[in-house]
Unconditional design. Structure first.
Length: 184
């Protein structure tokens, strides 16, 4: 292989990389929003059927503790299931996205409370060796970060409302165009 062949290969790889990055920029936020929606809808729906959600006990116990026993798990867990399901539907449809993201972030605040309320059940050895339940809670950091990425697109990249039907797609397209411009 001579240097011209190596240069052509590098050029091809660079163009392939630019196309792949452009595709990710155009579709990544939409796929992120959809995957969040699926997870919230799925986890929420499980809470509507007693005994199906592995988080049911912890969720009921947490809400019972937060309300000083005023709301029993038999009520709080299905209500939480509806809340999560509505978040999922909002993310999947993109309707009322700002309200959906606020509901998601409020929900995330509640999900971390077992780490404080029930440390003996969350840590095998404090403060770093987590139980399976605590790992389930800590992974919500990814949900919070993902919701911030989705939320950053609701007004378009410039911060001003867009007239087109898909603000997320418009912001992603701008990002893709910028990546392709840089690659040229």
């Amino acid at each position: 292989m001579n240097s011209a062949d190596g240069y052509d290969l590098m050029g091809r790889l660079d163009r392939l990389d630019a196309r792949a990055a452009g595709w990710m920029a155009r579709h990544g936020v939409l796929l992120l929003r959809a995957s969040l929606g699926v997870v919230f809808l799925w986890f929420g729906a499980l809470k509507l059927f007693p005994g199906l959600s592995p988080a049911e006990g912890l969720a009921g116990q947490t809400i019972w503790a937060l309300t000083n026993g005023a709301i029993e798990p038999a009520i709080s867990v299905p209500v939480l299931g509806v809340w999560e399901s509505l978040i999922g539907v909002g993310l999947l449809t993109g309707k009322a996205l700002r309200l959906t993201l606020v509901a998601l972030l409020v929900h995330m605040c509640g999900t971390v409370t077992p780490l404080v309320l029930f440390p003996s059940e969350m840590f095998v050895r404090e403060p770093f060796v987590l139980t399976m339940e605590a790992q389930y809670i800590i992974k919500n950091l990814v949900f919070v970060s993902a919701s911030l990425v989705v939320g950053a697109t609701v007004r378009g990249r410039s911060g001003h409302p867009r007239a087109d039907r898909s603000r997320t797609t418009a912001a992603s397209t701008e990002m893709a165009d910028e990546l392709q411009f840089r690659a040229a």
